[in-house]
Design a protein around this ligand. Sequence first.
Ligand code: DGL
Length: 264
Amino acid sequence: MNPAAPILIFDSGVGGLTILAEVRKTLPEASVIYAADFAGLPYGTKSEAEVAARVCGLLGRMAERYQPRLVCIACNTASTIALGMVRDVLAIPIVGTVPAIKPAALATQTGVIGLLGTGATVRQPYVDRLEAEFASDKRLIRHAADALVPLAEAKMRGETLAERAVSDAVAGLRDDPAAADLDTLVLACTHFPLLADELRAVFGQDVRLVDGAAGIARRIASLTGGQSFVRAHEDFAVATGDVDNLTTLAPILERHGLMRAMQF
Ligand code: DGL
């Protein structure tokens, strides 16, 4: 193993930074490349075939160019659709990000769990399987909240969000009569923890927000356990699409230790 080989963290946009933040805490010495597919954003309103083609194609090219020791698909939409396919084509460990239904089922007191994801995620058979395995005795209410994705992107660019924007995006879940006893909310899109304050303001401080970021960082640490890390250069971000996206994101990328950003 080349000690300078990075960990590649991939998302459609800035959502994967919520995973990177946990990886930094768990593996501060690891060199990381953060990859954002802005040209494909959003994934959540695309078909399964479109998402799978983009993710497999891009990760294949990125793996060839950057020779990572491990790839983390820091996106629930991409993982629930394409994790198996990416594992089939890349000969390195691939860590996916899938809805944190198991910890939510362990945490709920009322037995009523909300799940906020993208439209593509909430309809995946992968989520049906997680529900059947870990929450078959619970009431899991799924809600597609694609409108939260551009809100999280805008917040990371320092823009002010319209007052009711987050509340409107989750109204379908809040207004569901079954949600009256909801005490746990799975944030099944990596963009959504970036809006945790706004979601707490809407659902109330007593509702527990659950995401998988810390568990994913632990999984990456365990898969790279015993390996040595040498930083050959500063960590950086790469992105498809409009390079201006990267300029406006520079402050937040730097806060995550990504000191340069370039087009892929
Ligand atoms: N961050 C991605 C996820 O975790 C989705 C955002 C998008 O729609 O592209 O599902």
